[in-house]
Design a protein around this ligand. Structure first.
Ligand SMILES: Cc1ncc(COP(=O)(O)O)c(C=O)c1O
Length: 472
């Protein structure tokens, strides 16, 4: 090699030890310093985008400088998702054991698509799936896999529903899916990708806080049959995103069974209540589902992204997804994940889930779920005492409230809720959002957090009272 010529990339030249120590320090700083930082950073989109524009050059700046920039420019402009008063978009505080595991997953970079590419991590994922199959009382033969999001899990579930009904044929018009008008938008999006027309996603009205009105379901199916449509599947929700309502899964399962329809349960948010004996009744019947979407990256405190699809019928997924005969990927006789799902290459996030639960135990999750629910009820009570209107019958960890001064109504009162949210978020002391429910805008507080305690909730209630007085 001529002198002056650049050496190829070589780990021996990299300051791995120092970078590892600094990364570990950052991990500690992020976790220990949670409450010292703002929840939402005070950033302006244009300015922030400008800061990063043109930062990718032919020459790298090195590991240490990049970590320094993380500390100065990224951490300071990041959402404090794990903060005790981030009461936001069903994003959780990850268990440290799982967060650390993600660094190891990336470093090993085993492709979770096949056992021979990720032997130990696939074994961990298998144990995770087995545990969730048991948790949801599916038959021991049920299958499952980690996917990049609940949206993907529902998509893959509906692909299988379609495949079982019509094989690999393209769907014609009139193939129908039933869900509630409070279900997550990922249901309609998945239906769209699956080839089911907008008009064929039947969005049934809800009652109470947002449970599907089961009385209407059987009638809707019978009516559609008479009209020459082809009912395919029902998507029930165990924990709606807006208000935390839980559909009556056992009743829906009965209707699906008597009509030979696929039952997909979206347990992405609420699935963790299966861990809590006194709450399990709320999702009675879930074991009768054909598929279940559940998000370890929500109320199981695993970092994003780790979602899961569980499928009751063994072998069904391989029958339809295994399209790669004669592929470049060696087989060993086992039906690996790449042959029974949409993804080919997969991050080994099953290990992340396993490591989080292995390190901290199911009890950490169960206790946090209970605590989140209790504190959410406390928040409702404190807000009620401070003159807010609180949406009744809350069961999970979502509280909805409105500030309704006598002289403000209609649209103006909706704007008032948004203004309160805006002002509180601007303080950097809490983050939450609004949701439309029953035709009105409500403030929505969603607790999916290991660290929220009573003192935080009392602080938030006071902050809300002060802000409401200011604006109203
Ligand atoms: C009930 C429910 N289903 C599905 C989803 C979508 O899941 P993901 O964001 O993991 O794709 C969400 C997200 O919040 C949800 O709350």
């Amino acid at each position: 090699m001529e002198s002056g010529e650049r050496q190829p990339f070589d780990l021996r030249d990299e300051p791995l030890e120092e970078a590892g120590r600094r990364a570990a320090d950052l991990f500690v700083e992020i976790n220990r310093g949670l409450e010292q930082r703002r929840v939402a950073p005070a950033v302006e989109r244009g300015a922030l985008l400008g800061q990063f524009e043109g930062t990718l050059g032919d020459e790298g700046v090195g590991l240490l400088k990049t970590l320094e920039e993380f500390r100065d420019k990224v951490l300071t402009a990041s959402m404090g998702t794990p903060h005790p008063l981030y009461l936001g978009l069903v994003n959780s505080s990850p268990m440290p054991g799982a967060a650390l595991a993600d660094l190891l997953v990336s470093s090993l970079n085993n492709n979770g698509g096949a056992f021979h590419q990720s032997p130990a991590m696939t074994a961990c994922e298998t144990e995770v799936v087995r545990s969730f199959v048991r948790l949801f009382e599916l038959p021991a033969t049920a299958e499952g896999m980690i996917l990049p999001g609940g949206t993907w899990a529902t998509l893959q579930g509906l692909v299988l529903a379609r495949a079982r009904a019509i094989g690999r044929r393209a769907p014609g018009p009139g193939l129908r899916i039933y869900t509630s008008d409070a279900s997550h938008f990922s249901v309609a999006r998945s239906a769209f990708v699956v080839g089911i027309g907008e008009d064929d996603v039947v969005s049934l009205p809800t009652i109470g806080r947002g449970e599907l009105d089961v009385r209407l379901l059987a009638d809707a199916i019978a009516h559609d049959r008479r009209a020459g449509k082809t009912p395919l599947a029902v998507v029930a929700t165990a924990g709606t995103t807006g208000t935390g309502a839980v559909d009556r899964i056992a009743d829906i399962a009965d209707i699906c069974q008597s009509n030979s329809l696929w039952l997909h349960v979206d347990a992405c948010y609420g699935g963790a209540i299966a861990l809590v004996p006194e709450l399990r009744d709320m999702i009675a019947g879930v074991g009768g589902a054909d598929s279940i979407a559940v998000d370890p990256h929500k109320w199981f405190f695993i970092p994003v992204t780790a979602a899961m699809l569980l499928v009751r019928e063994a072998g069904l997924a391989a029958r339809y997804f295994d399209t790669a005969h004669g592929s470049y990927i060696p087989g060993d006789g086992e039906v690996d994940a790449w042959r029974r799902g949409i993804p080919t290459t997969r991050r080994s996030s099953g290990f992340t889930v396993w490591a989080g639960i292995r390190a901290h135990g199911w009890r950490t999750i169960r206790d946090a779920v209970r605590r989140n629910i209790d504190l959410t009820r406390l928040l409702e009570r404190l807000l009620g005492e401070r003159g807010f209107v609180v949406l009744p019958d809350g069961k999970l960890s979502i509280a909805c409230a409105r500030w309704e001064p006598a002289n403000v109504a209609g649209e103006a009162s909706d704007r008032l809720q948004e203004e309160i949210v805006r002002r509180v978020v601007a303080t950097g002391r809490a983050w939450f959002s609004v949701v439309r429910h029953g035709g009105r805008i409500w403030m929505r507080f969603n607790m999916v957090n290991l660290y929220t305690r009573e003192k935080h909730i009392r602080e938030l209630a006071e902050l809300l009272r002060e802000t409401a007085r200011e604006v109203g």
